[in-house]
Design a protein around this ligand. Structure first.
Ligand code: SF4
Ligand code: MG
Length: 331
């Protein structure tokens, strides 16, 4: 079977008063059924924009997919009409945002919000939809589901609201869920419960997930594979173990070094100094160059190619490429 999702050479730009921002600059990745890919990076690195592009939600007219392809179940979806895309959104492809209140309508009962989508998408009868909604609420761990259906969003805690949003995302049995910082707004205990819920749901439904996060703790708990993004590009990609134990890219290493290690004295915590480059005018060479302790002359002038570290592990860094000297001579 082919891949569930294949993204190739994706470029997304935004027109602003200050000029064109190159938010995503040639991103490639794919996902198989049942797999979780975490996309991790600092804010502004293009991880959310990448997920919005997959969902067909790049805000128009300012935002635009400038190049590249997004294939979902073998169909090119980056060029679909809004109407055809809407049919896929919410049925086969679902998205969960950071703040559950943005997904919930405060004036409607959660019962009507849960059933609305499935009645529209799957043409279920009201009664069948009601039954399905109750099943979903039970799946996400809400007790007294029948009673809960009649309540409004404000009658739930933040953690429960996120469970309801997850139930909404699941109700049409999507093949892929994209979750953008789904636990960032929740306190730590609830966070852990929601991450566990994702795990359980995946075991029961085999849904694939893209987990967008800046939090390596979330990556550690959820991901099978990890894509590390920096300044609009994926700079390293690999299985979770590759990334956590054998990171090759200096940026990934810096991210890992910046995690608070409870087992080490606090003076070992190293923040990453400096700021990412300006994406109005992306650098000619490696975008991490100004912050990289290993930067060489070639890094300033030529973009590092993607090097295969092993079967499933790649990184874009001149340190891994023997042709660095030759590239400098040529560039
Ligand atoms: Fe550092 Fe050069 Fe590698 Fe970029 S290509 S991460 S600047 S060593
Ligand atoms: Mg974001």
């Amino acid at each position: 079977m082919g891949k569930l999702l294949e993204v190739k050479n994706l470029h997304v730009s935004f027109q602003t008063h200050g000029g064109e921002v190159h938010a995503v600059r040639g991103v490639d990745f794919d996902i198989e059924q049942g797999e979780t890919l975490a996309i991790v990076g600092e804010s502004g690195c293009g991880k959310s924009v990448t997920s919005l592009a997959v969902m067909g939600l790049i805000p128009k007219p300012h935002g635009k997919i400038v190049a590249g392809s997004i294939q979902f179940k073998g169909t090119e979806i980056s060029t679909l009409s809004a109407k055809r895309m809407r049919r896929i959104q919410g049925s086969d492809l679902s998205m969960i945002f950071q703040d559950p209140m943005t997904a919930l309508n405060p004036t409607l009962t959660i019962g009507s919000q849960l059933t609305e989508g499935i009645i529209y998408q799957k043409k279920l009868s009201r009664q069948a939809a009601h039954q399905k909604a109750i099943e979903m609420l039970e799946l996400v761990g809400l007790s007294n589901a029948e009673q809960r259906m009649k309540q409004y969003p404000h009658q739930f805690s933040g953690g429960m609201r996120q469970r309801i949003v997850i139930a909404m995302a699941l109700i049409c049995k999507p093949s892929l869920i994209i979750a953008d910082e789904p636990t960032t707004a929740l306190d730590v205990t609830i966070q852990a419960q929601i991450l566990e819920l994702f795990d359980q749901i995946q075991e029961e439904t085999n849904v694939s997930m893209i987990m967008i996060t800046h939090d390596l703790g979330v990556v550690a708990k959820t991901a099978d594979r990890v894509a590390v993004m920096y300044a609009g590009k994926i700079v390293e990609m690999g299985d979770k173990r590759d990334i956590f134990y054998h990171a090759k890219h200096p940026y990934t290493q810096a991210l890992l070094n910046a995690i608070v290690r409870l087992d080490l004295p606090s003076d070992t915590l190293k923040p990453i100094e400096g700021a990412p480059p300006d994406l109005f005018a992306p650098p000619q060479g490696c975008s991490f160059c100004d912050r990289c302790p290993f930067a060489m002359e070639v890094c300033r002038h030529v973009q590092p190619p993607t090097t295969a570290v092993d079967d499933h592990h790649t990184a874009d860094c001149w340190l891994l490429d023997k042709r660095a000297d030759a590239a400098l001579a040529k560039g």
